[in-house]
Write a protein that binds this ligand. Structure first.
Ligand code: GLP
Length: 249
């Protein structure tokens, strides 16, 4: 696991966008796994700038998003569908047919989840997966538990995640208590993974991810076993790490 520590959120976004742009330039038909949340917003802004200055094009890029709330209409301001369109898809030249997002309103989640897995496999798997991390070290919406989830499935959100995500909703009662998420197994099959984290509230999760034992109660800790993971985090998120274990960029 390689770790880049950036001075602040803005720098983190630029470093992550440079990494994605390099991937897009070397493989213009890359399959990208994309994340939501406040953490990757700066990276998406930088990617849009790179698209506008013709540094990169998304015309042959295929995307698969990590997760979506269950039973939230996709037009809802807090759906990840809306988030992705507002922050990225509506501002770039991606072919809408190449956008894949889990459907939080699917009729039959079991068969839908299998289809989502199949669709990823049909595209040859994910070349580069972007991750954020929850305060409790969840990735996607894979919450701490007794085992590492394997494939895309519906998950119950923990109180800690509902509390953390309630800042985007008018009231905590509006936060869905379930989501559909790629599994840890799905994420793990990606060729390369970058995980972004910013701010003091993520410092403990980052410390446990990097130094702690691999434990399903710290879902991101499994990334220690992946062959190509880069953490791009800011100084506050890195504040509990040993200075010898990262590079400052
Ligand atoms: C949500 C998303 C995760 C994201 C996490 C952190 O739970 N499902 O993919 O990493 O929030 O969000 P933020 O970046 O806003 O801290």
């Amino acid at each position: 696991m390689k770790i880049y520590v950036c001075k602040d959120y803005e720098r983190m976004g630029r470093v992550a966008a440079n990494y994605l742009a390099a991937q897009i330039n070397i493989k213009p038909d890359s399959v990208l796994g994309l994340a939501t949340g406040s953490t990757p917003v700066g990276m998406y802004k930088e990617l849009v700038k790179k698209y506008e200055s013709r540094d990169i094009s998304f015309k042959d890029i295929v995307t698969f998003n990590l997760d979506e709330y269950v039973n939230l209409p996709k037009e809802n301001i807090n759906s990840y569908y809306t988030f992705m369109h507002e922050n990225l898809f509506d501002k770039i030249d991606i072919n809408p047919e190449n956008i894949n997002m889990p459907d939080g309103n699917a009729k039959d989640f079991d068969s839908y989840s299998k289809e989502y897995e199949k669709a990823i496999a049909l595209k040859g798997g994910i070349d580069l997966q972007v991750l954020g991390i929850g305060n409790n070290a969840h990735i996607g919406f894979n919450e701490p538990g007794e085992y590492f989830s394997k494939e895309t499935t519906v998950v119950d959100l923990t109180r800690s995640t509902i509390d953390a995500n309630s800042r985007f909703f008018d009231s905590i009662d509006e936060v869905p208590n379930q989501a559909i998420s790629m599994g840890i197994g799905t994420i793990f099959k990606s060729e390369k993974i970058i995980l972004l984290a910013s701010g003091k509230t993520k410092a403990e999760a980052i410390k446990n991810t990097v130094n702690g034992p691999i434990d399903p109660h710290v879902p991101a800790s499994i990334l220690q076993l992946h062959k190509n993971v880069l953490l791009i985090i800011d100084e506050q998120a890195a504040s509990l790490l040993d200075k010898n274990c990262y590079e400052t960029v």
